[in-house]
Design a protein around this ligand. Sequence first.
Ligand code: 9Z3
Length: 316
Amino acid sequence: MANPKICSIDGKLAEEFAVPSHVDEVKEKMTAFAIRHAAAGHRVVLITSGGTKVPLESRTVRFLDNFSSGRRGASSAEYFIDSGYAVIFLHRHRSLYPYTRMFSTINMLDALKFRGGDSGEVLVNQQVLPNISKALKRYQEMKEGQLLLPIEFSSLSEYLHLLKAAAQSLSTIGSKAMFYLAAAVSDFYIPASEMPEHKIQSSNGPLQLSMNMVPKILSPLVKDWAPQAFVISFKLETDGAILLDKARRALDTYRHQVVVANVLDSRRGYVVVVTPETQAELILTEEDVQNEVEIEERIVSNLTSAHNKFITQQGG
Ligand code: 9Z3
């Protein structure tokens, strides 16, 4: 007889995806963060950002990676903080990070000049670091308010377990919690029981892989783990023709509040915010781009208003 425990997503998570050793410790931190900020009148958003990686061998040499630079998640974190939210930033190790992302292509040493002498003073060349003063001001305000809690993942297993822990932590603050699921998450994985232990040998010829479907985590998140929260998922396609249909289908299936739909090539300048009743296109014009407006500012503004309405409707 099939093991009924493995049929449920909770069972599958426990059996087939290694539990990170620090998950309980992280969960405590996230719960304390959520409670403290909710008590101070803040809303709290959990942002997922970056791609997951899936190992092909237990002693891993190779893995399958999902594409995402992490820019969407990192820039959105800044705009949420500017809008009065506290942010739990569940992100892929070494993907783009709020505030520092603006300088990720710059070699810091090219921007600094040692003044000499004993004072240890260093000068900053603001031409090499454009907008550094503005970024530093926002960063220091964030630090002062302790408004960002960064949590890292690399593998799909870590992502799944940490997201579950985050959902349970945020359930303590009901409708004041938002989930902004921008990470690019693998749909496929190799279960531990079917994974070769050692490096796959090319001397055995071409590689054929058979991968299982990753359980749809959005389903228990919405139904069981954080049923009062405001939940946004992202839908990524490369074929624009199927995008909106897929977004609507996701809303029908998971019954959450919003899908932000985007196509890989145009994601920096065009997204559609889809809800069960509405559909709003957010587009950056040439002028916006010249003025360095980012589409995440528009996305966050749209969603914070929708969250406001949601909280009012829930009577919270
Ligand atoms: C997204 O669609 C994000 O907008 C991007 C952002 C990953 C495209 P970047 O990090 O890119 O700024 O370079 N994220 C969701 C991707 C995803 O895996 N969605 C699943 C799907 O479409 C549902 S959870 O099926």
